[in-house]
Design a protein around this ligand. Structure first.
Ligand code: PMP
Length: 362
């Protein structure tokens, strides 16, 4: 048995039971959908393949054409991989937040990388969205795939991740916990699962500094929610069409610190070397634990591989610089001194000096 090419190996990632990290704390069976098993080591392989195939079918991408995308890195890597195989030129705009490892990965597959400032408005001509739009105008026979708005992003998951999880749990899944960035993974998978069983609880994971949860709660796009944070791929400063807010039952915000410590714990306790936002998703499971019971079957999706963060969360020096590692070691305690200092700084910036102490509690 062989695969026709690398793209044919995308999907059918394993569902892996977590035991050590959850033992005695989470009163439910917890399974991880580990997307690092894709050939490009992230869930974005599914999206890249599907968006490119659909563009080919529609005739907007022709042989010798150019694929353009604004990406935090993983979509770029997957698009570069599929483009390399199919002979397309691949031009990617990324924000300066993406680590050096990610940029080298993109270039290794022959992609051209355009680095744009991270902390500018999406409408700003320097933003990675605006640059991608301009490139589409400048390069003939090119297509900007627009993963935030392109519904083929969520359809990729509707047709693959959703059915896989349903089959792998034999329909027993009760909770699905998934990061929201473009919203593709969360929405597409959740739509399929809800169709199979409307009682399945869909829990989105968002970052402090992102606008998504507030929008889901109030329908208001609140610019005051925005500040810079470290987790890559998680959260947004725009409202992407690919977040299906109706399908979400609960939205949980997580901090940079807890996400980092949870990802490190997954590596050390489960032998699962997964990325920064996987730590975010894991932290959301911990936050949800009071709502869970032993018969619940929880599936948490881990978007990518930890090797992309060797210079960050898996580097003790970086962790110390951020104040995420304390002299006491790797204790995920939201009320630690370092964490309180960080949260306090953020709230003081937002609400002035006279903040109530209770605001500090997550
Ligand atoms: N985590 C990582 C590491 C990612 O690259 C992404 C994609 N931007 C996400 C989470 C969020 O996935 P989605 O875009 O499907 O919401």
């Amino acid at each position: 048995m062989h695969h026709e090419n690398v793209v044919a190996t995308i999907g059918n990632t394993p569902l892996i039971k977590l035991s050590n990290i959850t033992q005695g704390i989470i009163p439910a069976q917890v399974y991880a959908k580990v997307e690092a098993f894709n050939p490009g080591q992230s869930a974005k392989d599914r999206v890249a393949r599907y968006m490119i195939e659909q563009a080919e079918i529609k005739g907007i991408l022709k042989p010798g054409g150019t694929v353009i995308e604004a990406t935090s890195g993983n979509t770029g890597y997957s698009l570069a991989m599929v483009s390399a195989l199919k002979g397309y030129r691949c031009v990617l705009t990324v924000t300066s937040k993406a680590g050096q490892e990610k940029l080298s990965l993109l270039r290794s597959l022959g992609a051209e990388v355009v680095i744009c400032p991270a902390d500018v408005e999406p409408e700003d001509p320097r933003s990675y969205y605006s640059r991608a739009e301009q490139l589409e105008k400048d390069i003939p026979n090119s297509v900007y795939l627009r993963q935030n708005w392109n519904k083929n992003n969520q359809l990729a998951h509707y047709h693959s991740t959703g059915p896989e999880i349903w089959e792998q749990t034999e329909g027993k899944i009760t909770h699905y916990i998934c990061c929201a960035g473009t919203g593709g993974t969360l929405s597409g998978t959740a739509q399929y699962l809800k169709e199979m069983n409307p009682d399945i609880k869909i829990v989105g994971v968002d970052a402090y500094g992102s606008v998504l949860k507030k929008y889901w709660e109030t329908g208001v796009f609140d610019k005051n929610e925005i500040y810079s944070y470290k987790v890559e791929g998680l959260g947004k400063t725009i409202i992407p069409d690919n977040v299906d807010f109706d399908v979400i039952d609960d939205f949980i915000k997580v901090t940079d610190r807890n996400s980092a410590l949870r990802a490190r714990a997954l590596a050390r306790k489960e032998g699962l070397m997964v990325g920064y936002s996987s730590g975010s998703a894991m932290d959301a499971v911990f936050k949800l634990r009071h709502q869970l019971k032993p018969s619940d079957v929880v599936v948490v999706l881990f978007p990518d591989h930890g090797s992309r963060y060797l210079g960050k969360i898996f580097n003790d020096e970086w962790m110390k610089q951020q104040g995420f590692l304390s002299p006491q070691g790797e204790d995920v305690n939201p009320y630690s001194y370092h964490h309180m200092k960080r949260v306090y700084r953020v709230y003081r910036r937002k609400y002035g000096r006279y903040i109530r102490k209770t605001l500090l509690l997550e």
